[in-house]
Design a protein around this ligand. Structure first.
Ligand code: FAD
Length: 288
């Protein structure tokens, strides 16, 4: 099985999907079925979130990554967080991943939530990356980036400049926060390249297929909404079937433009929905 670094060297556009572990262990069987269906979409890798949104408990990221790797033969990218962790806990987590044969991690600081203590050892994702590089040289790590700037950064330029810490630490690739306006991605990429970021970047796209997703997604991601997008929502928000279809079409349009525009990779925030992922994949498979 290739590693993520190899995939980006070999493929013009790497296709990946994000999934999240269910909060209840009883839902793991259903999730396994979802992942089995997603295997038909031939993702180059599947990333597994870690306590995203501040939740904890339930099925662990390691369990999901293990299932992907050893039952489905899909390359997993396991998210790991500074928040709530320290050098000791992280060493154990990396051992657990290694025992499952997982060698790729997405090293993140983590969302700040009242339930999650700051790490005494890792303040920025790049501190965690330094730790992984120095203590687990068999692991490859990737990092996050933000086409519209991280909300805590003074400016987009300052945030882009901070990506150099991730590159210098040895990250092999970056995955973007979701966005709805490809123009923001191209501008960000241009700035990053000018700032000396040479790492491959996966562009993250989330299909919005239900009106309930809109407020939460926008709040969590701080993504700006282009007029085509707000028009789509305004037109179909009271018509669930049409919104579903329009949301798929919007994501397909975004992804086709990104692939044709030369993106190193596209990352589908599929929200554990195999039907949505399959519908989007149908719309882009000829380009992959
Ligand atoms: P950092 O890289 O540490 O950046 C945080 C802030 O510090 C930024 O403003 C940055 O500009 C600045 N900064 C970075 N490095 C330095 C430095 N060396 N010196 C000074 N300033 C610096 N959250 C979860 O809880 N679980 C998940 O599974 C998860 N998955 C994610 C996947 C992706 C692709 C993305 C984009 C985000 C994900 N998140 C997840 C959310 C993420 O944890 C938050 O956005 C968090 O606030 C920042 O994480 P980071 O790794 O980008 O942090």
């Amino acid at each position: 099985m290739s590693t993520i670094a190899q995939l980006f060297r070999e493929k013009p556009c790497v296709f990946s999907i994000e999934c999240f572990p269910p909060k209840q262990t009883t839902k793991f069987a259903a999730m396994q079925e979802t992942l089995r269906r997603m295997k038909d979409l031939h993702p180059d890798f599947v990333s597994v979130t870690y306590g995203a949104g501040g939740s904890a408990g339930g099925v662990s990221s390691v369990q999901v990554a293990n299932f992907l790797k050893n039952s489905l033969d899909i390359l997993p990218l396991a998210h790991t967080l500074c928040m709530g962790s320290d050098r000791h806990k992280m060493a154990i987590q990396l051992d657990d991943l290694r025992a499952a044969g997982v060698r790729n991690v997405l090293a993140l600081r983590g969302d700040r939530t009242p339930l999650r203590p700051e790490s005494p050892d890792f303040h920025h994702a790049s501190d965690l990356m330094d730790f992984i590089r120095d203590t687990a040289p068999d692991m490859e790590f990737s990092g996050a980036c933000y086409p519209e700037g991280h909300p805590e950064a003074d400016s987009l330029a300052a945030d882009v400049a901070n990506l150099l810490h991730k590159q210098q630490a040895g990250a092999v690739h970056l995955v973007t926060q979701l966005f709805f306006d490809n123009g923001k991605f191209y501008r960000f990429l241009n700035m990053a390249r000018k700032a000396g970021i040479t790492l491959p970047v996966s562009a993250g796209v989330m299909p919005i297929v239900r009106s309930s997703q809109i407020e939460r997604t926008v709040k969590l991601s701080s993504a700006s909404l282009p007029s085509d997008f707000t028009r789509m929502i305004a037109r179909w928000q009271d018509d669930p079937a049409s919104l579903y279809q329009a949301g798929i079409e919007y994501a397909v349009h975004q992804l086709r433009d990104l692939i044709e525009g030369g993106a190193d990779g596209v990352h589908l925030y599929a929200m554990n929905d195999a039907n949505v992922a399959a519908a989007v994949y149908e719309g882009i498979r000829d380009l992959l």
